[in-house]
Ligand binder design. Structure first.
Ligand code: SF4
Length: 430
């Protein structure tokens, strides 16, 4: 793809505050990093008016917005539109608390209920709510005459990407695999949740009682043909903007339970089909969920082959508890013994394979028995005698829509005792 030009236009007419500047094909950061200031990734274009900064992807779809007005909560905070057409408000949350809790410097505030313990209600702020609703009206008022043709064409193209079209596009994304990704693995934070979803199997094995994100689908493996079709259609949907992606998510809730060959073939086909070798973003990432059973069943040879792929792979396993009473309470049909074996195997895989990280989730809630927390300590503190750099432990609050200081305090207590990197799991959809 030919993106070797970078042009800037600053345009001013006589009316007060009608200055605008356009920068086409900006080269943002090409590697995801964790820093305490806003970083823009990939190739994009920018439009700056007196009041706002808008950023667009390579196919003229709005990507980020930030207001320059005093009423904006914080100059280093911004709005992001996801591929699922949600707006997410990234807040600093005072920085230190957010990084300690999430492993990232910015807190994604979502428009729908989630299990976050942190955050306020930014979408109730007039300035944020207003720009989410009216951004396209502002774009429609931009001049398309009296400026160089290249900029005029660009403005017309961004004007054509209406909120309705963007909504339809997100629906097309969900239609490719048959449904929306209702939960992304916590590890997708490493690529700011910019993943391309491919469903290789539907549903999950357990249908645990406590789980709010499960669906009714029976666990079913997709055919090779179905997966090939998804890759072809996704390539078309992402179009020229595909160069801004370097990560895939194999769905749905237990991709690890698919046959090894199907997983490995899909990853290779996606790498080729999405032309990751020429992505603007460095490195490639693979994310998926696994269950206790699928993880215990996966053989050494599978991990060896996975490790040999040109991807950093993150597999997230829902262990939930190492206490039988809690597992029974949660309605999770696995035993304490299986959870212990899975945790042990996780350490072996993480110690052996440099390109694979297995992470795991445990639930947290003030109503759970003390035995849940005591047994959790056995795994995340007593089972190892030194701090581990790898193998994140994610603690997942059970309640939705219930930010809680006490919950956060309990989390920090567990984190301070853990010998693994330990963070909160905030459930996000694509
Ligand atoms: S926790 Fe995982 S396995 Fe259990 S119902 Fe939810 S998605 Fe399925």
């Amino acid at each position: 793809m030919d993106i070797n030009y970078h042009k800037t236009l600053t345009f001013k007419n006589r009316k007060p505050c009608r200055e605008l500047s356009i920068e086409l094909n900006i080269r943002g950061a090409s590697e995801y990093t964790k820093v305490s200031f806003p970083v823009k990734y990939g190739l994009f274009s920018k439009l700056e008016t007196c009041d706002y900064i808008f950023e667009f992807n390579l196919i003229h779809e709005i990507r980020h917005i930030k207001s320059k007005k005093k009423s904006w909560l914080n100059p280093s905070e911004w709005l992001k539109r996801t591929m699922g057409n949600d707006w997410v408000y990234y807040s600093t949350g005072g920085y230190s608390g957010v990084f300690e809790a999430l492993g990232e410097y910015y807190l994604p505030n979502l428009m729908y209920p989630t299990n976050s313990l942190l955050g306020g209600r930014p979408f109730e702020e007039n300035e944020i709510n207003g720009i989410v609703k009216n951004w396209h009206e502002i774009i429609l008022q931009l001049p398309v005459t009296g400026i160089p043709v290249e900029f005029s064409q660009w403005i017309q193209s961004i004007q054509q990407q209406t909120p309705e079209k963007l909504q339809e596009k997100s629906q097309s994304l969900f239609d490719i695999s048959g449904s929306r990704v209702t939960v992304m693995p916590p590890d997708a934070r490493h690529v700011d949740y910019n993943i391309i979803p491919i469903t290789i199997c539907d549903g999950c094995l357990y249908k645990c009682q406590f789980c709010k994100i499960k669906n009714k689908k029976k666990f079913l493996i997709r055919s090779k043909q179905d997966i090939d079709n998804q890759i072809t259609q996704l390539r078309q949907l992402y179009s020229q903007d595909i160069v801004n992606f370097n990560a895939i998510f194999l769905g749905e809730h237990d991709a690890l339970n698919a046959p090894c060959e199907l997983i490995l073939n899909t990853v290779q086909k996606a790498f080729d089909g999405f032309e990751f070798q020429s992505s603007y973003m460095k490195e490639n990432f693979l994310f998926m969920f696994g269950s206790v059973d699928s993880f215990l069943n996966a053989g050494k040879l599978f991990f060896e082959r996975l490790n040999g792929l040109p991807f950093q792979t993150f597999i997230n396993i829902g262990l939930e508890s190492y206490d039988q009473a809690t597992l029974d309470l949660l309605g999770k049909p696995v035993t304490k013994k299986q959870v212990g074996q899975a945790f042990e195997k996780i350490q072996t895989i993480n110690d052996t394979f440099s390109n694979i990280e297995i992470t795991c989730n445990f639930v947290m809630d003030e109503t759970l028995p003390d035995s849940h927390y005591e047994s959790l300590m056995t795994l995340i503190r007593k089972s190892v005698n030194r701090t581990k750099p790898k193998g994140c432990i994610y603690l997942s609050p059970l309640k939705f829509n219930s930010p809680s200081r006490q919950g956060l305090y309990d989390f920090y207590k567990l984190k301070s005792l853990s010998r693994f990197p330990t963070f909160l799991y905030m459930i996000q959809r694509l």
